[in-house]
Design a protein around this ligand. Structure first.
Ligand code: ZN
Length: 502
């Protein structure tokens, strides 16, 4: 089993080199080149198809989905890419049962977006080589008949030609964690900008790392490429597919790193290959060896005209850009002194971040900006996220937090009220008013309640008078009980001491 800590031999002798390829299905209504619905999850197989996405001969010409292109540009803008002013679609030829036409419509030279970067939460910059639009392939499932042992493919074309964005990094990732963090960041950007849900379990996002290990000092990273020094021969790359979660991105790289180092140390030859991630066993397994330069015979697609992207188009699309989680984290820390951990958790989804910001704004009407942010952060991190529900009305939550700040309720009482409101639909505002009233009553009658308590606990009173000071705690507890926990313990203690002196 690979360990999370690199082996000593690794840190001394080898460097890890990773490039990541990410495919994201965009949130469009229809497919990339036809009007079939793009949402296929749990739909009857082969019910959302037409001659275009089935790749039938004599099918109508493909029509490019404008929104899919816009979302690809938006992804490019969100990741600091240059945007090309022309889109050239190519046919990428290969033979596979899930490929309807015998080619996939993709891009080749001059990808729509290029030379961008993303900063991970740890501030590591990951360079992006290219981002381009393309179409998804059909879904194929392999079956073996139990009785006869015969095996066959079933193909569902509902997924065929669903719009995809392909994101390719430069081979600049040096640790498994950076790869995981990059994938997380890309998914956050896709979600923040409504490009995609990026649900890996549903196949809306797929990550394929390219992994190699090289001897330390024998290579350099130059112009976005790994170049050997002197006569060093670079070790081949391994591509890992079938990764079903972001955690598995990290795990598969850790596994491959250890496996490759072991190969080299044992004098085994490494061949360039594609391996699949086996999530049950936490290992990669051999799938197929890869020819050095795969010949996809890219040819310009004669059915799709060159599409122009004007600066007005880019301007219009950039209006959809919003403050992303990384920028939020920086702002929360800088302006409000929020801890890095809290800032990361709060900004991990747009919904959380917006809720936090609204709450902070409401609270800052009564508290200072920083105090408001701190209280909002504490309540979200400590209570609201634990309850896992952002349906609590911001105005109500503000009242509750202010009641806590003003000593009217304890934090525990506040949490109790919140849960009661969510589970039993209790009105937070009314609950708080009730408590406030009771509290005022108690304050008015505290002397009477203390007097009664003294009268009814003569033994404890005598013990206290006799010098056993610890009994005071018991008496405070009794008074608290008689006020149903609404009194302020400090007030109770003070009043008790006063009364006992009389
Ligand atoms: Zn179709």
């Amino acid at each position: 089993m690979p360990k999370n800590k690199p082996s000593k031999i690794y840190t001394e002798k080898y460097d890890l080199i990773v490039g990541l390829e990410i495919h994201i299905q965009t949130n469009t209504q229809s497919k990339m080149f036809c009007t079939c619905p793009a949402k296929y999850f749990q739909k009857e197989p082969n019910t959302q198809v037409c001659p275009v996405c089935l790749g039938l001969p004599d099918a109508p010409l493909p029509l490019v989905n404008k929104r899919a292109i816009e979302l690809c540009i938006l992804m490019g803008l969100g990741t600091n890419c240059n945007i090309e002013n022309e889109i050239h679609f190519y046919r990428k030829h290969y033979s596979y049962p899930d490929l309807a036409k015998g080619y996939q419509i993709s891009q080749y030279n001059n990808p729509l977006c290029s030379n961008g970067y993303v900063e991970t939460v740890d501030g590591v910059r990951i360079d992006i080589e290219r981002i381009h639009p393309e179409e998804d392939v059909a879904k194929s499932t392999h079956h073996t008949e139990k009785s006869s042992g015969k095996s066959y493919f079933l193909i569902d074309y509902n997924k065929s030609s669903v719009p995809l964005i392909e994101i390719v990094t430069k081979p600049c990732i040096r640790t498994p964690k950076d790869a995981k963090d990059f994938a997380t960041e890309v998914r956050k950007i896709a979600r923040y900008l409504n490009i995609s849900e990026g649900d890996m379990e549903k196949g809306q996002m797929r990550c394929e790392p390219n992994i190699s290990v090289q001897e330390k000092g024998k290579w350099e990273y130059k112009d976005g490429k790994i170049v050997p020094k002197g006569n060093y021969k670079l070790n081949p790359k391994i591509e890992v597919k079938n990764i079903g979660s972001i955690t598995a991105v990290e795990k598969s790289i850790i596994y491959e790193r250890e496996r490759l180092i072991k190969c080299i140390e044992e004098g085994e030859e490494i061949i360039q290959q594609t391996r699949g991630w086996d999530a049950d066993r936490n290992i990669t397994v051999f799938q197929r060896s890869k020819e050095d330069a795969e010949d996809y015979n890219y040819t310009p697609d004669p059915d799709i005209p060159i599409i122009e992207v004007s600066s007005t188009d880019i301007e219009r699309i950039s209006e959809e850009l919003i403050e992303l989680s990384n920028e939020k984290i920086k702002r929360y820390i800088k302006d409000w002194d929020i801890s890095k951990y809290a800032a990361e958790v709060i900004s991990s989804t747009k919904e959380n971040a917006y809720y936090f910001e609204k709450l902070q704004k409401q609270l800052s009407k009564e508290l200072s900006e920083k105090e408001a942010a701190l209280e909002a952060s504490n309540w979200l991190m400590g209570t609201i996220f634990a309850i896992g529900n952002l349906n609590i009305d911001i105005a109500d939550l503000t009242l509750l937090i202010l009641a806590f700040k003003n000593g009217i309720i304890t934090k525990n009482k506040g949490e109790e009220i919140l849960k009661d409101s969510l589970e039993n639909g209790k009105d937070i505002k009314k609950e708080l008013e009730k408590i406030k009233e009771e509290k005022e009553n108690v304050t008015d009658n505290l002397v009477e309640i203390v007097k009664d308590t003294i009268k009814n606990n003569s033994k404890a009173v005598n013990d206290y008078m006799g010098g056993k000071e610890s009994t005071l705690g018991f008496l405070v507890g009794q008074v608290m009980q008689n006020t149903k926990g609404t009194a302020n313990p400090n007030d109770v203690r003070e009043t008790l001491i006063n009364e006992l002196k009389k």
